[in-house]
Ligand binder design. Structure first.
Ligand code: CA
Length: 520
């Protein structure tokens, strides 16, 4: 009894801070633009395109997610969904053509800010309206440019000499150094790289020493076994990728005279050798693929180096132990699979995105999660982590138990996907469907025409469905929809699509503005 009284009195004498809950973690959310999981070496699969040691560090010291999906694989819509935790038909940002983000709606940065976090977004925003919910914001106008970019600092345009990935990181570090240290922080460091036109840092131009890259098996895909949408898209390396700015036969306009010299010293002799060869057909496509890989991966080299700088800052300042570091991309990207670049499709290269999470003491080091998760789950995760209630409107689910290594028994097994923008740049038909750990079911539908300029939509053929068994067909090359052997799976997944459409409050007909501007 005496001991108990003693312990009780000792408890009363403890300083208040020691009795309080542990400090809420900081959040550093690094997001790249169009960074394919195939180009993160931690994923250890595929063609061994590049080493990303700094990004990999998050996998070695934290958790790698192998099944992270986005709900609408396009820059603006993906970002709107990440901020709001909602699908496009709820947040209103369907496409990159005619949508403006409604900054009055609920976002996780706003809720964290109101709950005492100091918040900032630095880098690519691409949502057409000014950021809301941030103590500090410094964003590229629209897509922004790679060399000597302008950033808009709380409304004021400032040009920064140098390379965009370095600059976004410099500005992120500057903000971290002068932030209000009485509060936990939430920083969105959202890189522009490696988005088209794939312009690497000048110091990295020779990073691969003229390596020849392994070709994807489906570079010369003929789309047999699939439908009209695959046949009539406009996103092939062979036909859509342009030789000038895409393949660097022309010099980017933004370089200073000194920078231009470095650029030309690398590209000019290689371009001359290419032009002398007069390549055509498959040889030309292979050359374009290799130039694309050089430029795209060169951009990723700088992203990785700059992730290293941010991690070093967290180490040096002792912040690492109480900071959740997230590395992800707004969506995936085709690196020649099916002959394509770009994204948009429900297929794995596009709808799946890298997600690596390090939270010391929570995410087991070197762990791998294969559940069906989504970047849509991140807002709820951040809110639960901060001890905040989850708004009813949000449509993901907190990953907090998953971070701890214990996925709830009733975790989702199928994720709903819906892409709208059409005909737009790449002529990918609107489609929706579900993705499970084994199957992808999709419906390419005939959208209702709402506006005269969207007449092209009226001329597309009737709707059709596709089903891919990725266990037997990892590359999603042959639809088995209608195959009697898959009848039961097909019925179950179609029921799942319609169940999710109701649950997610999808309207029977799309919003008139969902498809965006006509072809540009
Ligand atoms: Ca993107």
């Amino acid at each position: 009894m005496k001991q108990l009284i003693h312990a009780f009195l000792a408890g009363l004498l403890l300083p208040v801070a020691a009795l309080a809950a542990p400090a809420r973690p900081n959040i550093l959310f690094i997001m790249a633009d169009d960074h394919a999981w195939q180009a993160v070496s931690a994923y250890g699969e595929g063609r061994h395109l590049i080493q990303t040691p700094n990004i990999d560090r998050l996998a070695h010291e934290g958790m790698r997610f192998d099944g992270c999906l986005v709900n609408n694989s396009l820059c603006g819509p993906a970002r709107a969904s990440i901020l709001t935790g909602t699908y496009s038909h709820i947040n209103g940002f369907y496409n990159n053509g005619n949508c403006r983000f409604d900054g009055a709606q609920t976002t996780f940065p706003k809720l964290l800010q109101a709950a005492g976090y100091t918040t900032a977004v630095i880098g690519k925003w691409h949502l057409e309206t000014d950021p809301t919910g941030f103590d500090h914001w410094e964003i590229l106008p629209g897509q922004g440019i790679y060399y000597n970019p302008v950033l808009i600092r709380q409304g004021q345009r400032v040009r920064h000499p140098g390379y965009v990935t370095d600059i976004i990181t410099d500005l992120s570090l500057d903000w971290l150094k002068q932030r209000d240290t009485n509060k936990p922080f939430m920083l969105l460091c959202w890189q522009k790289a490696p988005h088209r036109p794939w312009e690497p840092a000048l110091r990295d131009l020779d990073f691969d020493h003229d390596r020849t890259y392994p070709l994807p098996d489906s570079l010369f895909d003929d789309y047999a076994g699939r439908g009209e949408a695959e046949h009539n898209q406009n996103m092939t390396i062979a036909n859509t990728m342009r030789l000038n700015e895409d393949s660097k036969l022309t010099v980017p306009p933004d370089l200073s005279p000194e920078q231009k010299k470095i650029w030309e010293a690398y590209y000019d002799p290689r371009n001359e050798a290419f032009l002398k060869k007069n390549l055509t057909g498959r040889a030309l496509t292979e050359w374009k693929y290799n130039r694309f890989m050089h430029d795209y991966l060169g951009c990723i080299k700088s992203v990785d180096d700059n992730v290293g700088r941010l991690l070093k800052y967290l180490d040096d300042t002792g912040l690492a132990s109480n900071t959740i570091v997230i590395y992800s991309s707004d969506q995936g990207f085709f690196l020649g699979e099916h002959g394509w670049f770009d994204k948009r499709w429900i297929f794995q290269e596009s709808a799946r995105t890298p997600l690596l999470v390090r939270w010391p003491g929570v995410t087991p080091a070197g762990s791998v999660n294969k559940d069906v998760v989504s970047s849509l789950d991140l807002p709820e995760t951040f809110l639960e982590t901060a001890g905040l209630p989850i708004p009813e409107r949000m449509q993901g689910r907190s990953l907090l138990p998953v971070f701890h290594g214990t996925t709830p028994a009733d975790w989702r097994t199928a994720f709903y996907y819906h892409y709208y923008e059409y005909p737009a740049d790449h002529h990918v038909r609107p489609h929706y469907g579900v993705i499970t750990s084994r199957y992808t079911l999709s419906h390419f539908y005939k959208p209702t025409v709402f506006e005269p300029e969207q007449k092209a939509i009226a001329n597309i053929p009737d709707d059709y469905w596709e089903l891919f068994d990725r266990e037997k067909d990892a590359g999603e090359m042959r639809s088995v929809f209608g195959d009697p052997a898959y009848a039961a799976v097909q019925t179950k997944l179609m029921q799942e699509v319609f169940r999710q459409r109701v649950n997610l409050k999808e309207p029977a007909q799309d919003d008139p503005k969902a498809y965006g501007s006509p072809a540009r």
